[in-house]
Every structure is written in C-alpha cells, then in structure tokens.
Design a protein around this ligand. Sequence first.
Ligand code: PGA
Length: 247
Amino acid sequence: MDMKLIEVKGYQEMSARAAEYIAHKVRISKKITLGLATGGTPEGTYRNLIEDHRQNYTSYRHVTTFNLDEYVGLAGDHLNSYRYFMNKKLFDHIDIQKSNTYVPRGHVLDIEQECLDYEKLLIDHGGIDMQLLGIGSNGHIGFNEPGTPFDSETHVVELTPSTREANARYFSSLEQVPTKAISMGIATILKAKEILLLVSGENKSEALAQLLEGEITEKNPASVLKIHPFVTVIADHAALSASKVRC
Ligand code: PGA
C-alpha cells in the first residue's frame, strides 16, 4: 500500500495540515488543477486557505478546479447546491477566476449529457493534479455509493438513505434532500495524479478501518484508493479509533 498516513489530534489540526499542503502545491506550481470536495470535512481546510490567501498572498490565478459532485435538480444559486457552497466557502474569498472553477451542473435538461461533458472537460484540461477527498460513513467517495463499479466515469447516482440522512442537516427536512446526484466516477477519481484524503471524527472510524485494513472491493468504494500510487491520508485520533494501523 503506497498510502501515507498522517495522524493528527483533531479536526482543526487536520484542516491546518491539509491547507498547508494544498497552499504549498499552489505556490510552487505554474499551473495546477485541483479536484475539490464539499461537506463538513473540507470546510475547515477552506477557511485556512482563505486565511493563508489573506496573510501570505497565495494566489489562485493559475488554478483550475473541478468539484466531485452536485445534487441533481439544484441550480447553482440554490443555497444547498455544491456550486453555492464552493462560492461561499472558498471561491468568493480568493483570487481564483470563477470561469476556471467547474462544478457539475445539476439543473440541466440533459443530465446524462452533462456527465459526458464533465468528463470531457476534465480530459481537455489535462486531468486533475491533486484531488481532495472526504469519505462517507458508508465508505463512499464523491457520491459513489457502495456497489459502484470501479470503472465508472462521471455518472448519475441514486443517493442511499444513509447518505441522504447524513446530509439532511443542511436542509430544512429529509424530504428536501435530493434523491440523485452527479458524481465523478471511481475511475475518474483514480485518474488524479495525487489524492489527499481527509478523515475526522468517530463516525468515520469504521469506514477508515475498512479502508486501511479491509479488502479491496466495490462494496467499499474507498478501498480502491489502495491501488492508487500517490495517496496521503490525514486522519484524526477519533477517525483512527477503530484501526489497528497507526503511524
Ligand atoms: P462530510 O461528508 O465531509 O460532510 O462528512 C463526507 C462525504 O460524504 O464524502
């Protein structure tokens, strides 16, 4: 396993380490394409990146970003869309050109075509240099739920009840949570040259133990990361509490 595991105390340290790692890459590159994620896990990282941009003037003018996923049915200005999340939590506060930020469009008539177009856009941009990832408590990466084929490209997914329940905290009720999403596929994610996986909290400990110690199987989407040549995991004590592997 080529995975590098960095154990940290908690969420704050994870976020600070991840932001340092990303900001460093951005500073030393002439041109870089980042794969980004949404949700509770990367929020702290984005806060730190904004702080770093303000204090150290790290510039994003040469950066292109591709997000992992988006809810089907939500337009980019919907408060719960991932486009809106990215604008508010990161893009509006750094000097990135919005035209260089890509999030799948969930509110288009031909959603299948959007998947094909997104995959092609990624190829046209030369692929992702570094993909930031979180993990679901059921082992999903992006919105690739258990059972997703490892050779999948950007596709429409049916969200599992557990994922909808986990994300209901952002909506006024469970019924409001969309049932479908567009997600980069597992094969799409694996094409990234480098992957940075962030894991925090006890509720992710089983999923992380499965990834570190379990077999590689489509039943556990994150397990595929073990075949990628360049993965760094930053995980806190609570997330590692069910794992025997420690650094
Ligand atoms: P979270 O979600 O960061 O909100 O916990 C992670 C994921 O579902 O991939």
